[in-house]
Design a binder for this molecule. Structure first.
Ligand code: FAD
Length: 340
């Protein structure tokens, strides 16, 4: 077995979390992992450190402290203004080798996945990708990461007892964000890193931000499956009335009825709405993981035996193509909307 660059006996009992940010704001996934990290650190009497990489990003430190960070390592450099995997790997590697944390976590985002994979190889350690839960054994210091495997058929618990740091990426929406506590503060450690332009093999020509929807922020989610036969306009009307968003299972996405960014589930988005409607959806595991954290689930399915009803707080057995329009009418009446 190849040894990691630093081992159990050289580690610091600290949980490190990478802070991702866009347009001067910390990403929700980073705040979610901070909240979980704080909980694990408290349970084990460890400390929590955030790694903030960028340029002119010092202002984000205050917000990180309100989410429970004890210490924030800041790497500020003009060449870090935009994420490039070469530059971020280069400096994160230097920071990790200096801080030697026992655990390093980051979001299972496009950039987080890219960075974590490269770092794990450089550090000669393992990487548990796309985790759905984390536990820390306070006695042994071993992190247990829960992941779904074999297409969602099994839940696997992964540990790296011999390698450091113990690295995991966590999917957005898996952990609740927790509350910021206004008067919390911490220490900023400004790190000087060596970074030269020649390290960066990519050149950012233009940054284009799509007008994409972020389903993880929707308080109400109206999801449609194969059973609604592509009638997403109907779901859109319901979602608009409730100030929510529409989502979908994989089949209607594959059939081109709706954009892929609206796919909910294991290979889609994991959401945490107040209310999730599941219309014409059977309730396959792959979909359920995307809504299981909803406060309330309402299922509409013509098959009384459909597995979705096992996950629903309210179940309506009926044809969604009739039930949803009736629901829309009832809501319009209750809202005093004139739809003559
Ligand atoms: C590796 C892997 C990853 C996957 N990732 C995802 C994922 O991220 N998200 C996802 O959703 N799926 C995913 N899938 C697919 C998943 O396994 C299911 O096939 C899918 O969720 C089923 O979608 P569905 O419920 O819309 O369709 P079906 O399973 O076909 O169910 C349709 C339901 O509609 C009901 N129905 C039919 N007509 C009506 C009507 N008029 N009114 C009311 N009800 C009606 C039927 O009774 C049935 O229960 C993945 C699969 C694999 C192998």
């Amino acid at each position: 077995m190849v040894a990691s660059l630093y081992g159990v006996h050289e580690e610091e009992k600290v949980i490190w979390i990478l802070l991702e940010h866009t347009n001067g704001r910390l990403e929700n996934v980073s705040l979610e992992i901070l909240s979980k990290g704080r909980q694990l650190a408290d349970e084990s009497d460890w400390s929590l450190t955030a790694l903030l990489i960028g340029h002119h990003v010092r202002g984000l430190a205050e917000e990180a402290f309100t989410y429970g960070v004890d210490e924030l390592w800041l790497v500020d450099h003009p060449l870090l203004e935009q994420f490039t995997v070469d530059a971020y790997t280069h400096v994160a590697y230097q920071a990790l080798m200096e801080g030697r944390p026992s655990i390093f976590l980051c979001g299972a985002t496009v950039n987080g996945r890219d960075l974590a994979g490269r770092l794990a190889v450089r550090l000669k350690t393992g990487l548990n990708a796309d985790c759905t839960d984390l536990r820390l054994n306070a006695k042994t210091g071993v992190l247990t990461s829960e992941v779904t495997g074999f297409g969602g058929g099994v839940l696997a618990l992964l540990e790296s007892p011999e390698h450091r740091p113990q690295m995991s990426t966590v999917r957005p929406g898996v952990f609740p964000q927790g509350d910021a506590v206004g008067d919390r503060t911490g220490k900023v450690v400004e790190m000087q890193v060596e970074l030269e332009k020649r390290v960066i093999r990519t050149r950012i020509v233009e940054r284009v931000t799509g007008e994409g929807v972020d389903l993880t922020k929707a308080p109400i989610l109206v999801c449609g499956g194969r059973g609604i036969a592509g009638k997403f306009e109907m779901l859109e009307e319901l979602a608009n009335l409730l100030e929510g968003e529409i989502g979908a299972t994989r089949p209607p996405v594959d059939e081109g009825h709706i954009e892929r960014e609206r796919q909910v589930g294991q290979t889609g988005v994991v959401c945490r709405p107040k209310v999730a409607f599941a219309c014409g959806i059977s309730g396959a595991f792959h979909f359920i993981v995307g809504i299981e954290n909803a406060d309330l689930v309402v299922a509409i399915n013509s098959d009384p035996e459909a597995p979705i009803f096992e996950h629903a707080d309210y179940g309506i057995v009926g044809d969604a193509l009739q039930v949803v329009p009736a629901l829309i009418k009832a809501i319009q009446v209750s809202q005093g909307v004139n739809h003559a």
